[in-house]
Design a protein around this ligand. Structure first.
Ligand code: HEC
Ligand code: HEC
Length: 334
Protein backbone atom coordinates (compact mmCIF):
# COMPACT_ATOMS: atom_id res chain seq x y z
CA UNK A 1 0.00 0.00 0.00
CA UNK A 2 2.73 2.40 1.06
CA UNK A 3 4.85 1.41 -1.95
CA UNK A 4 2.00 2.08 -4.36
CA UNK A 5 1.61 5.51 -2.78
CA UNK A 6 5.28 6.33 -3.33
CA UNK A 7 5.09 5.25 -6.97
CA UNK A 8 2.06 7.41 -7.53
CA UNK A 9 3.87 10.39 -5.98
CA UNK A 10 6.85 9.84 -8.25
CA UNK A 11 4.51 9.73 -11.25
CA UNK A 12 2.99 13.04 -10.26
CA UNK A 13 6.44 14.63 -9.92
CA UNK A 14 7.46 13.45 -13.39
CA UNK A 15 4.18 14.68 -14.87
CA UNK A 16 4.63 18.12 -13.30
CA UNK A 17 8.19 18.36 -14.51
CA UNK A 18 7.23 17.31 -18.03
CA UNK A 19 4.36 19.80 -17.97
CA UNK A 20 6.80 22.59 -17.13
CA UNK A 21 9.20 21.96 -19.98
CA UNK A 22 7.18 22.86 -23.03
CA UNK A 23 10.27 22.96 -25.26
CA UNK A 24 13.81 21.66 -25.54
CA UNK A 25 16.68 23.23 -23.56
CA UNK A 26 17.93 26.42 -25.26
CA UNK A 27 21.47 27.09 -26.43
CA UNK A 28 22.30 30.49 -24.95
CA UNK A 29 25.42 32.30 -23.68
CA UNK A 30 23.97 31.86 -20.17
CA UNK A 31 23.44 28.37 -18.72
CA UNK A 32 21.18 27.24 -15.85
CA UNK A 33 22.57 26.69 -12.34
CA UNK A 34 22.35 23.13 -11.10
CA UNK A 35 21.53 22.32 -7.48
CA UNK A 36 24.55 21.68 -5.24
CA UNK A 37 25.62 18.09 -4.66
CA UNK A 38 26.50 17.72 -0.99
CA UNK A 39 29.42 15.29 -0.64
CA UNK A 40 30.08 15.63 3.07
CA UNK A 41 26.95 16.77 4.98
CA UNK A 42 28.69 16.81 8.38
CA UNK A 43 31.39 19.15 7.06
CA UNK A 44 28.77 21.42 5.47
CA UNK A 45 26.84 21.58 8.75
CA UNK A 46 30.02 22.48 10.64
CA UNK A 47 30.83 25.16 8.04
CA UNK A 48 27.34 26.58 8.48
CA UNK A 49 27.89 26.92 12.24
CA UNK A 50 31.19 28.71 11.65
CA UNK A 51 29.57 31.01 9.08
CA UNK A 52 27.06 32.13 11.71
CA UNK A 53 29.43 32.14 14.71
CA UNK A 54 30.43 35.67 15.84
CA UNK A 55 33.12 34.20 18.10
CA UNK A 56 35.39 34.03 15.04
CA UNK A 57 35.63 37.82 15.47
CA UNK A 58 37.55 39.71 18.16
CA UNK A 59 34.38 41.50 19.27
CA UNK A 60 32.30 38.35 19.52
CA UNK A 61 29.66 40.27 17.59
CA UNK A 62 30.54 39.96 13.87
CA UNK A 63 30.03 36.77 11.88
CA UNK A 64 30.40 36.08 8.17
CA UNK A 65 26.63 36.43 8.04
CA UNK A 66 26.86 40.05 9.34
CA UNK A 67 28.20 41.17 5.97
CA UNK A 68 26.91 38.29 3.83
CA UNK A 69 23.40 38.02 5.25
CA UNK A 70 21.77 34.90 3.82
CA UNK A 71 18.38 36.48 4.35
CA UNK A 72 19.43 39.38 2.09
CA UNK A 73 20.91 37.70 -0.96
CA UNK A 74 24.23 36.94 0.76
CA UNK A 75 25.16 40.61 1.02
CA UNK A 76 24.67 43.43 3.56
CA UNK A 77 22.87 45.90 1.29
CA UNK A 78 25.28 48.62 2.46
CA UNK A 79 27.55 50.75 0.27
CA UNK A 80 30.51 49.59 2.31
CA UNK A 81 30.42 47.07 5.16
CA UNK A 82 30.66 47.93 8.85
CA UNK A 83 33.58 46.13 10.48
CA UNK A 84 35.22 45.88 13.91
CA UNK A 85 34.42 48.90 16.10
CA UNK A 86 32.10 50.30 13.46
CA UNK A 87 34.94 50.85 10.99
CA UNK A 88 33.87 51.77 7.50
CA UNK A 89 34.87 49.12 4.97
CA UNK A 90 36.72 50.12 1.83
CA UNK A 91 34.64 48.27 -0.75
CA UNK A 92 31.13 46.87 -1.30
CA UNK A 93 30.54 43.37 0.03
CA UNK A 94 29.84 40.96 -2.85
CA UNK A 95 27.30 38.17 -2.42
CA UNK A 96 28.44 34.76 -1.21
CA UNK A 97 25.62 33.15 -3.22
CA UNK A 98 27.07 31.19 -6.15
CA UNK A 99 30.56 32.45 -5.27
CA UNK A 100 31.86 28.90 -5.83
CA UNK A 101 31.32 29.59 -9.55
CA UNK A 102 33.77 32.54 -9.55
CA UNK A 103 37.08 32.39 -11.40
CA UNK A 104 38.68 33.74 -8.18
CA UNK A 105 37.50 35.52 -5.02
CA UNK A 106 37.37 39.25 -4.16
CA UNK A 107 36.79 42.14 -6.58
CA UNK A 108 40.43 41.96 -7.62
CA UNK A 109 40.62 38.14 -7.52
CA UNK A 110 43.44 38.08 -4.94
CA UNK A 111 42.22 34.79 -3.39
CA UNK A 112 42.28 31.81 -5.72
CA UNK A 113 39.35 29.96 -4.13
CA UNK A 114 36.85 29.95 -1.25
CA UNK A 115 39.27 28.25 1.15
CA UNK A 116 41.93 30.85 0.62
CA UNK A 117 39.34 33.61 0.85
CA UNK A 118 37.83 32.45 4.16
CA UNK A 119 41.04 33.11 6.12
CA UNK A 120 41.03 36.78 5.07
CA UNK A 121 38.09 38.37 6.95
CA UNK A 122 38.83 36.60 10.26
CA UNK A 123 42.25 38.28 10.51
CA UNK A 124 41.40 41.54 8.73
CA UNK A 125 41.63 44.34 11.35
CA UNK A 126 38.91 46.25 9.49
CA UNK A 127 36.52 43.28 9.47
CA UNK A 128 36.50 40.57 12.18
CA UNK A 129 39.82 41.78 13.66
CA UNK A 130 40.82 38.45 15.18
CA UNK A 131 43.91 36.38 14.34
CA UNK A 132 43.99 32.82 13.06
CA UNK A 133 45.70 31.77 16.32
CA UNK A 134 43.02 33.37 18.50
CA UNK A 135 40.11 32.08 16.41
CA UNK A 136 41.51 28.54 16.57
CA UNK A 137 42.15 28.90 20.33
CA UNK A 138 38.53 29.96 20.83
CA UNK A 139 37.19 27.00 18.85
CA UNK A 140 39.56 24.53 20.56
CA UNK A 141 38.26 25.65 23.95
CA UNK A 142 34.64 24.82 23.07
CA UNK A 143 33.84 21.14 23.77
CA UNK A 144 31.00 21.02 21.22
CA UNK A 145 33.32 22.20 18.44
CA UNK A 146 36.16 19.89 19.50
CA UNK A 147 33.83 16.92 19.16
CA UNK A 148 32.38 18.07 15.85
CA UNK A 149 35.75 18.83 14.21
CA UNK A 150 36.98 15.42 15.38
CA UNK A 151 33.97 13.73 13.82
CA UNK A 152 34.44 15.59 10.50
CA UNK A 153 38.25 15.55 10.19
CA UNK A 154 38.98 12.35 12.12
CA UNK A 155 41.63 13.79 14.47
CA UNK A 156 42.06 15.80 17.68
CA UNK A 157 42.94 19.50 17.62
CA UNK A 158 41.44 22.17 15.36
CA UNK A 159 43.54 23.98 12.71
CA UNK A 160 42.80 27.08 10.64
CA UNK A 161 42.90 24.95 7.46
CA UNK A 162 40.04 22.86 8.82
CA UNK A 163 38.11 26.03 9.69
CA UNK A 164 38.47 27.49 6.20
CA UNK A 165 37.85 24.07 4.62
CA UNK A 166 34.53 23.70 6.45
CA UNK A 167 33.50 27.29 5.62
CA UNK A 168 34.25 26.66 1.94
CA UNK A 169 32.28 23.38 1.98
CA UNK A 170 29.26 25.26 3.32
CA UNK A 171 29.64 28.10 0.82
CA UNK A 172 29.73 25.59 -2.04
CA UNK A 173 26.15 24.68 -1.15
CA UNK A 174 24.98 28.31 -1.48
CA UNK A 175 23.85 28.07 -5.09
CA UNK A 176 20.51 29.35 -6.30
CA UNK A 177 18.99 27.15 -9.04
CA UNK A 178 15.54 27.33 -10.59
CA UNK A 179 15.24 31.07 -11.31
CA UNK A 180 12.52 31.92 -13.81
CA UNK A 181 15.24 32.63 -16.35
CA UNK A 182 16.65 29.12 -15.79
CA UNK A 183 13.19 27.64 -16.27
CA UNK A 184 13.04 29.46 -19.59
CA UNK A 185 16.54 28.24 -20.51
CA UNK A 186 15.37 24.70 -19.81
CA UNK A 187 12.56 25.11 -22.29
CA UNK A 188 9.59 26.60 -20.44
CA UNK A 189 8.26 29.26 -22.84
CA UNK A 190 5.84 30.62 -20.27
CA UNK A 191 8.47 31.32 -17.61
CA UNK A 192 9.15 34.87 -18.89
CA UNK A 193 6.85 37.75 -19.74
CA UNK A 194 7.10 39.58 -23.06
CA UNK A 195 8.87 42.50 -21.35
CA UNK A 196 11.39 40.24 -19.61
CA UNK A 197 12.18 38.42 -22.83
CA UNK A 198 12.60 41.74 -24.65
CA UNK A 199 15.02 42.71 -21.86
CA UNK A 200 17.06 39.55 -22.36
CA UNK A 201 17.18 40.11 -26.12
CA UNK A 202 18.45 43.64 -25.54
CA UNK A 203 20.95 42.38 -22.93
CA UNK A 204 22.29 39.94 -25.53
CA UNK A 205 22.17 42.11 -28.63
CA UNK A 206 23.57 45.28 -27.10
CA UNK A 207 26.63 43.42 -25.79
CA UNK A 208 26.12 42.95 -22.04
CA UNK A 209 26.65 39.19 -22.50
CA UNK A 210 30.20 39.79 -23.70
CA UNK A 211 31.13 40.14 -20.02
CA UNK A 212 28.11 38.78 -18.16
CA UNK A 213 27.77 35.22 -19.44
CA UNK A 214 28.12 31.59 -18.35
CA UNK A 215 26.32 29.90 -15.48
CA UNK A 216 26.78 32.83 -13.06
CA UNK A 217 26.06 35.55 -15.66
CA UNK A 218 29.49 36.95 -14.74
CA UNK A 219 32.16 35.92 -12.25
CA UNK A 220 34.34 34.33 -14.94
CA UNK A 221 36.61 37.18 -16.13
CA UNK A 222 38.22 40.47 -15.13
CA UNK A 223 37.13 43.47 -17.17
CA UNK A 224 37.71 47.17 -17.23
CA UNK A 225 35.18 49.35 -15.39
CA UNK A 226 34.76 52.30 -17.75
CA UNK A 227 35.64 50.69 -21.06
CA UNK A 228 34.20 53.37 -23.37
CA UNK A 229 34.14 56.32 -20.96
CA UNK A 230 36.00 56.59 -17.63
CA UNK A 231 34.23 55.77 -14.37
CA UNK A 232 34.44 58.57 -11.79
CA UNK A 233 34.73 57.47 -8.17
CA UNK A 234 36.35 58.51 -4.88
CA UNK A 235 36.93 54.86 -4.03
CA UNK A 236 40.63 53.99 -3.78
CA UNK A 237 40.37 50.42 -5.15
CA UNK A 238 42.80 49.76 -8.02
CA UNK A 239 41.20 46.54 -9.18
CA UNK A 240 43.27 43.73 -10.66
CA UNK A 241 46.41 45.92 -10.83
CA UNK A 242 46.73 45.53 -7.04
CA UNK A 243 47.38 41.80 -7.66
CA UNK A 244 49.36 41.78 -10.92
CA UNK A 245 51.20 45.09 -10.49
CA UNK A 246 50.47 45.82 -14.16
CA UNK A 247 49.24 49.26 -15.16
CA UNK A 248 47.07 47.70 -17.88
CA UNK A 249 45.05 45.99 -15.14
CA UNK A 250 44.16 49.23 -13.40
CA UNK A 251 40.40 49.40 -12.84
CA UNK A 252 39.89 45.85 -14.04
CA UNK A 253 37.48 44.17 -11.66
CA UNK A 254 36.04 40.70 -11.50
CA UNK A 255 32.79 40.95 -13.43
CA UNK A 256 30.15 40.45 -10.72
CA UNK A 257 27.61 37.67 -11.04
CA UNK A 258 24.16 38.99 -11.97
CA UNK A 259 22.45 36.01 -10.30
CA UNK A 260 20.09 37.36 -7.58
CA UNK A 261 21.15 40.88 -8.53
CA UNK A 262 17.70 42.20 -7.53
CA UNK A 263 18.64 41.30 -3.93
CA UNK A 264 22.24 42.51 -3.79
CA UNK A 265 21.89 46.31 -4.06
CA UNK A 266 23.67 48.70 -3.93
CA UNK A 267 25.87 48.06 -6.96
CA UNK A 268 29.48 48.33 -8.18
CA UNK A 269 32.65 47.95 -6.13
CA UNK A 270 32.05 51.35 -4.53
CA UNK A 271 28.34 50.71 -3.95
CA UNK A 272 27.54 54.00 -5.68
CA UNK A 273 24.62 52.77 -7.80
CA UNK A 274 21.65 52.50 -5.46
CA UNK A 275 19.24 50.89 -7.92
CA UNK A 276 19.28 48.51 -10.86
CA UNK A 277 17.97 51.31 -13.08
CA UNK A 278 21.07 53.37 -12.25
CA UNK A 279 23.44 50.41 -12.64
CA UNK A 280 22.03 49.50 -16.06
CA UNK A 281 22.26 53.13 -17.20
CA UNK A 282 25.93 53.36 -16.14
CA UNK A 283 26.79 50.00 -17.76
CA UNK A 284 25.12 51.03 -21.03
CA UNK A 285 26.98 54.35 -21.25
CA UNK A 286 30.40 53.38 -19.86
CA UNK A 287 30.80 49.81 -21.13
CA UNK A 288 28.93 50.00 -24.43
CA UNK A 289 28.67 53.69 -25.31
CA UNK A 290 24.92 53.36 -25.46
CA UNK A 291 22.22 55.39 -23.71
CA UNK A 292 19.12 53.26 -23.14
CA UNK A 293 15.68 54.87 -23.31
CA UNK A 294 13.63 54.55 -20.10
CA UNK A 295 11.64 51.73 -21.76
CA UNK A 296 14.75 49.82 -22.77
CA UNK A 297 16.25 50.29 -19.32
CA UNK A 298 13.03 48.99 -17.72
CA UNK A 299 13.11 45.93 -19.99
CA UNK A 300 16.66 45.05 -18.97
CA UNK A 301 15.83 45.58 -15.30
CA UNK A 302 12.79 43.30 -15.70
CA UNK A 303 15.06 40.64 -17.22
CA UNK A 304 17.63 41.00 -14.41
CA UNK A 305 14.91 40.38 -11.84
CA UNK A 306 14.21 36.96 -13.39
CA UNK A 307 17.71 35.88 -12.29
CA UNK A 308 16.60 35.51 -8.66
CA UNK A 309 16.76 31.78 -7.91
CA UNK A 310 15.70 29.55 -5.04
CA UNK A 311 17.49 30.94 -1.98
CA UNK A 312 19.29 28.40 0.25
CA UNK A 313 16.87 27.13 2.89
CA UNK A 314 18.83 27.76 6.05
CA UNK A 315 17.81 26.41 9.40
CA UNK A 316 19.54 28.70 11.89
CA UNK A 317 22.24 26.60 13.56
CA UNK A 318 22.54 26.12 17.30
CA UNK A 319 26.09 27.11 18.26
CA UNK A 320 27.87 25.14 21.02
CA UNK A 321 28.33 27.27 24.16
CA UNK A 322 31.71 28.64 25.26
CA UNK A 323 33.56 26.99 28.15
CA UNK A 324 35.03 28.55 31.30
CA UNK A 325 38.43 28.95 29.64
CA UNK A 326 37.21 30.26 26.26
CA UNK A 327 38.96 33.59 25.53
CA UNK A 328 36.38 36.29 26.15
CA UNK A 329 35.10 38.58 23.41
CA UNK A 330 36.68 42.03 23.37
CA UNK A 331 34.31 44.37 21.53
CA UNK A 332 35.87 47.61 22.73
CA UNK A 333 39.62 46.91 22.98
CA UNK A 334 42.00 49.37 21.34
C1 HEC B 1 32.88 43.25 7.93
C2 HEC B 1 32.22 42.67 6.76
C3 HEC B 1 32.63 41.29 6.32
C4 HEC B 1 32.75 40.14 7.08
C5 HEC B 1 32.56 39.98 8.56
C6 HEC B 1 33.05 39.07 6.14
N1 HEC B 1 33.11 39.56 4.86
FE1 HEC B 1 33.37 38.49 3.18
N2 HEC B 1 33.59 40.18 2.14
C7 HEC B 1 33.41 41.46 2.62
C8 HEC B 1 33.86 42.42 1.64
C9 HEC B 1 33.82 43.93 1.78
C10 HEC B 1 34.34 41.67 0.55
C11 HEC B 1 34.98 42.21 -0.73
C12 HEC B 1 36.44 42.54 -0.41
C13 HEC B 1 37.26 42.77 -1.64
O1 HEC B 1 36.90 42.33 -2.71
O2 HEC B 1 38.34 43.38 -1.51
C14 HEC B 1 34.12 40.26 0.89
C15 HEC B 1 34.36 39.20 0.03
C16 HEC B 1 34.00 37.88 0.30
C17 HEC B 1 33.97 36.81 -0.66
C18 HEC B 1 34.31 36.92 -2.14
C19 HEC B 1 33.08 36.98 -3.01
C20 HEC B 1 33.42 37.38 -4.41
O3 HEC B 1 32.53 37.33 -5.27
O4 HEC B 1 34.55 37.78 -4.70
C21 HEC B 1 33.58 35.67 0.00
C22 HEC B 1 33.39 34.28 -0.58
C23 HEC B 1 33.41 36.04 1.39
N3 HEC B 1 33.65 37.39 1.52
C24 HEC B 1 33.12 35.16 2.42
C25 HEC B 1 33.23 35.50 3.77
C26 HEC B 1 33.31 34.56 4.86
C27 HEC B 1 33.33 33.04 4.73
C28 HEC B 1 33.38 35.29 6.02
C29 HEC B 1 33.51 34.80 7.44
C30 HEC B 1 34.74 34.06 7.74
C31 HEC B 1 33.31 36.69 5.62
N4 HEC B 1 33.26 36.77 4.26
C32 HEC B 1 33.27 37.76 6.53
C33 HEC B 1 32.88 41.77 3.86
C34 HEC B 1 32.88 40.91 4.94
C1 HEC C 1 33.22 45.14 -20.78
C2 HEC C 1 32.58 44.27 -19.83
C3 HEC C 1 31.16 44.60 -19.38
C4 HEC C 1 30.05 44.86 -20.17
C5 HEC C 1 29.96 44.91 -21.66
C6 HEC C 1 28.96 45.04 -19.25
N1 HEC C 1 29.38 44.89 -17.95
FE1 HEC C 1 28.21 45.04 -16.29
N2 HEC C 1 29.88 44.92 -15.15
C7 HEC C 1 31.17 44.79 -15.61
C8 HEC C 1 32.10 45.01 -14.51
C9 HEC C 1 33.62 44.93 -14.58
C10 HEC C 1 31.33 45.33 -13.39
C11 HEC C 1 31.83 45.73 -12.00
C12 HEC C 1 32.19 47.20 -12.07
C13 HEC C 1 32.54 47.82 -10.73
O1 HEC C 1 32.05 47.35 -9.71
O2 HEC C 1 33.27 48.81 -10.70
C14 HEC C 1 29.93 45.26 -13.83
C15 HEC C 1 28.83 45.45 -12.98
C16 HEC C 1 27.51 45.33 -13.37
C17 HEC C 1 26.38 45.42 -12.48
C18 HEC C 1 26.43 45.60 -10.97
C19 HEC C 1 26.51 44.27 -10.27
C20 HEC C 1 26.90 44.35 -8.83
O3 HEC C 1 26.60 43.38 -8.10
O4 HEC C 1 27.50 45.33 -8.38
C21 HEC C 1 25.24 45.29 -13.25
C22 HEC C 1 23.82 45.30 -12.76
C23 HEC C 1 25.68 45.13 -14.61
N3 HEC C 1 27.05 45.14 -14.64
C24 HEC C 1 24.83 45.00 -15.70
C25 HEC C 1 25.28 45.14 -17.02
C26 HEC C 1 24.39 45.38 -18.14
C27 HEC C 1 22.90 45.45 -18.06
C28 HEC C 1 25.20 45.50 -19.24
C29 HEC C 1 24.78 45.87 -20.64
C30 HEC C 1 24.09 47.13 -20.75
C31 HEC C 1 26.56 45.32 -18.79
N4 HEC C 1 26.57 45.13 -17.44
C32 HEC C 1 27.66 45.33 -19.63
C33 HEC C 1 31.53 44.46 -16.89
C34 HEC C 1 30.72 44.63 -18.00
Amino acid sequence: MRKKHAMLAAGVVIALWAGQASGAPRQEPIQPIEAAVVKDPAKVELGKKLFFDPRLSRSGAISCNSCHNLGMGGSDNLKASIGHKWQQGSINSPTVLNSSLNIAQFWDGRAKDLREQAGGPIANPMEMASTHELAVQVLNSIPGYRAEFKQVFGKDGITIDEVTGALAAFEETLVTPNSRFDQWLKGDDKALTVQELAGYTLFKNSGCVACHNGVAVGGNSFQKMGLVAPYQTDNKAEGRAAVTGKDADRFNFKVPTLRNVALTYPYFHDGEAATLTQAVDVMGRLQLGRTFTPDENAQIVAFLKTLTGDQPAIQYPLLPPSADDTPRPAPFVK
